[in-house]
Design a protein around this ligand. Structure first.
Ligand code: ATP
Ligand code: MG
Length: 366
């Protein structure tokens, strides 16, 4: 297909999008402020700041459609593009809401979708008042720009509040720490014509605020239906185009939204081998008016993130049915460098290899 997709950002998500596009004969060009990027090894990239109007337009003029791999991009960048009639998917409206935890939770409330209790705070006085209303434990987060648990402070008692040294040069959100029975996520995709498909619900485990392990499908039909219903209302609201990820807390039989991401999502990397169509391929299809692919899982998949260091490729590949993904990034504690997926097509429920793999992957967080 003779099309070019522009991707804002050139990290590993852009890299995997580029590889999926390549299979369809679709070109990609990434735009990123960094000179060394994960995507550069597999696709063309242009270096430039998101605020640089000329650089942005030079890049965008070479593309047929624009998308992004991160919600942490200035809205001004999408406005510059919109000003020239260049469309960005998912839409600016969805992006604006999902890049700000305050707007996101307020939106959920308006739709009657439950979240953790929260207050917006701008200084220490407001923080102390909010803490007195929510109680401990609670968690303070920046309303924008967070990822992988960065910019978050879990507060267990008064001494931890006093120990905070913040500049208060930005807005924060204080959230009640929600006691939950587990976390899961849903990835949905909607195309220009309004067709919607959902992937199986994925069960997630975090370590130090970062996703460490995912398993799919999460075999609970009632939960899946609830999650699908929520996603459907959200994508309809925005006449959304592309993939949408929703992270949930499971509280008893109920789902509470933690956050949303208008992009491909780490917890769905297992779809590369464990689903009929990967999340990356389906996002590309949605953007290009192509028929959406089947989202069914093939067996059970276990996904392990490799954080801080990569495990030895030789060891991981000695297990059958295991896939090794190295994003080609410089190792640094707390940095996502790759992932390993074990697809169990034959013995669903047999977790022995998952246990062994877990011991092979020694993440370094700090
Ligand atoms: P990511 O990029 O991995 O999504 P993030 O920086 O956006 O991370 P969150 O999703 O807000 O961060 O939080 C990361 C994890 O911390 C959550 O998945 C959950 O395990 C825990 N967490 C965050 N907020 C809460 C909360 N209010 N109650 C309980 N657990 C929480
Ligand atoms: Mg999250």
């Amino acid at each position: 297909m003779n099309k070019t997709i522009g991707i804002l950002g050139a990290g590993q998500l852009a890299r995997m999008l580029a590889l999926a596009a390549h299979e369809l004969g679709v070109k990609t060009i990434c735009y990123d402020a960094n000179d060394i990027t994960s995507a550069a090894a597999v696709t063309q990239t242009m270096q430039g700041r998101f605020e640089d109007e000329k650089g942005l337009l030079d890049w965008a003029n070479r593309c047929d459609v624009i998308t992004y791999e991160t919600e942490n991009i200035p809205l001004a960048a999408t406005d510059i593009l919109a000003g020239k009639g260049i469309e960005v998917y998912p839409s600016r409206r969805a992006l604006a809401m999902m890049q700000n935890r305050n707007l996101e939770k307020t939106f959920c409330r308006q739709l009657g979708i439950q979240t953790a209790e929260f207050f917006i705070v701008h200084n220490e006085e407001e923080l102390r008042e909010a803490v007195s209303l929510l109680g401990y434990p609670c968690v303070l987060k920046t309303t924008t720009q967070g990822y992988d648990g960065k910019g978050q402070y879990r507060l267990n008692d008064e001494t931890e509040v006093s120990a905070l040294s913040l500049f208060w040069d930005r807005e924060y959100i204080l959230e009640q720490w929600l006691e939950h029975d587990g976390e899961c996520s849903l990835l949905s995709v909607r195309d220009h014509a309004g067709h919607i498909k959902h992937y199986p619900l994925t069960y997630n485990q975090h370590e130090q605020g970062m996703l460490a392990y995912s398993r799919a499908p999460y075999p609970d039909c009632a939960m899946q239906k609830k999650a699908n219903d929520i996603a459907e209302r959200i994508v309809q609201h925005f006449s959304y185009v592309g993939v949408l990820a929703i992270e949930f807390f499971m509280v008893g039989e109920e789902l509470r939204i933690n956050e949303m991401a208008p992009r491909v999502h780490n917890s769905f990397h297992w779809t590369l081998e464990g689903a009929n169509t990967s999340q990356f391929a389906n996002h590309i299809r949605a953007l290009l008016h192509l028929p959406l692919g089947d989202c069914e899982a093939i067996g059970t998949s276990h996904l392990f993130n490799c954080i801080g260091q990569m495990p030895a490729c030789e060891r991981i590949l000695s297990y059958s049915g295991v896939y090794y993904h190295d994003y080609g990034k410089m190792a640094r504690p707390g940095r996502k460098l790759g992932h390993v997926t074990w697809c169990d097509f034959n013995h669903p429920g047999d977790t022995e290899i998952a246990t062994v793999l877990r011991s092979e992957i020694n993440n370094i967080y700090n």
